[in-house]
Ligand binder design. Structure first.
Ligand code: SF4
Length: 312
């Protein structure tokens, strides 16, 4: 594989990664927010839902997950017989860390009739007390699958929760967690960008803090999407210019798919996603560490919430 603009040293690292990956029949899964060179060498690039589906369907004995820890944990829950490793096991997520399993248990005790819907950006401990998981791609579908009149407890993202409440009209109790990246995408920022780029389509991730602002929803050029939804929109839109309101690295993929279009991003990187480097990926493949393994008891408790989502 020859990647344009990559140094000779890096090229050697890439060749070694591919050689070991093939020898070990490993599969490399990567999120759209990882570094461009990781996106270019992975076997599957996707959003949380797509990556979960890949983890469920792969027949590789070794999954290398380039993303953050909760994603690798989800892969371990879905595929308990596979070995799951990560380039860097310190890659956390401010959103996943905004609630613990005991916080959720306590909240459930206070609301014993509530159905718990957890965004997939949660730890295995939280999934263990969850009725059904969702991602930004399927959150509305998941909420609509819950019988009307049932109380819903939504964790952990307040912005995604408020977005779903706005779109579905469902009453929900929402945990006050947020992503440190998307929290910075305010209504003011989006309105200023829309004024600066009057012909651009504005694509916004529902984790953003403007996600339930009617002023933004009423803009004819604004759409709310998961990361994969944004990529589909770019491919299908007649527009030549896009303002991308999510982590900026997704633009790498958009430029590959539609190179002649123009993309305007906001420079707020998710530093945790950048911890997966080529060198760490190579080291992980060689040593098959660090591993991420959800122990059997916890896995049994957490799996049904993911399985219900995947079945929808
Ligand atoms: S972008 Fe936000 S939600 Fe996604 S991994 Fe980074 S901190 Fe977590």
């Amino acid at each position: 594989m020859d990647i344009k603009g990559i140094s000779r040293d890096k090229q050697q690292v890439i060749e070694e990664i591919i050689k070991i990956k093939n020898e070990k029949r490993a599969v490399i899964l990567a999120h759209y927010y990882t570094l461009p060179e990781i996106q270019d060498i992975c076997d599957y690039l996707g959003d949380s839902l797509g990556l979960s589906q890949q983890a469920a369907s792969t027949d590789s004995p070794l999954i290398v997950f380039c993303g953050v820890n909760f994603m690798a944990e989800t892969a371990s829950i879905i595929s308990p017989d596979k070995k799951v490793i990560v380039p860097d096991n310190t890659a956390g997520c401010s959103l996943a860390e905004s609630i613990t399993g005991s916080d959720l248990l306590e909240w459930k005790r206070e609301n014993p009739t509530g159905v718990v819907v957890s965004y997939v950006n949660t730890t295995a401990d939280v999934k263990a007390y969850t009725d059904i998981c969702c991602t930004s791609a399927n959150a509305l579908r998941v909420i609509e699958s819950i019988p009307a009149g049932k109380k819903i407890l939504f964790v952990p993202d307040k912005n995604l929760g408020e977005y779903i409440r706005y779109k579905s009209g469902r009453e929900m109790e929402i945990w006050p967690g947020s992503c440190c990246v998307h929290q910075r995408f305010t209504s003011r920022l989006v309105l200023d960008l829309a004024a600066k780029y009057p012909k651009a389509d504005i694509l916004i991730h529902p984790e953003s803090s403007c996600s339930a602002d009617p002023q933004i929803h009423n803009m004819s050029r604004a759409w709310f999407y998961s990361t994969s939804g944004m990529i589909n929109h770019v491919q299908n839109s007649k527009s030549d210019q896009f303002v991308i309101v999510t982590e900026k690295e997704i633009i790498h993929r958009m430029k590959q798919i539609c190179p002649s279009k123009e993309y305007i991003s906001v420079d707020v990187p998710c530093r945790q996603m950048k911890k997966s480097t080529l060198e760490k990926l190579l080291s992980a493949l060689r040593s098959e560490t660090p591993g991420i393994k959800v122990e059997a008891g916890l896995r049994e408790m957490a799996y049904p919430s993911i399985e219900r989502m995947l079945r929808l």
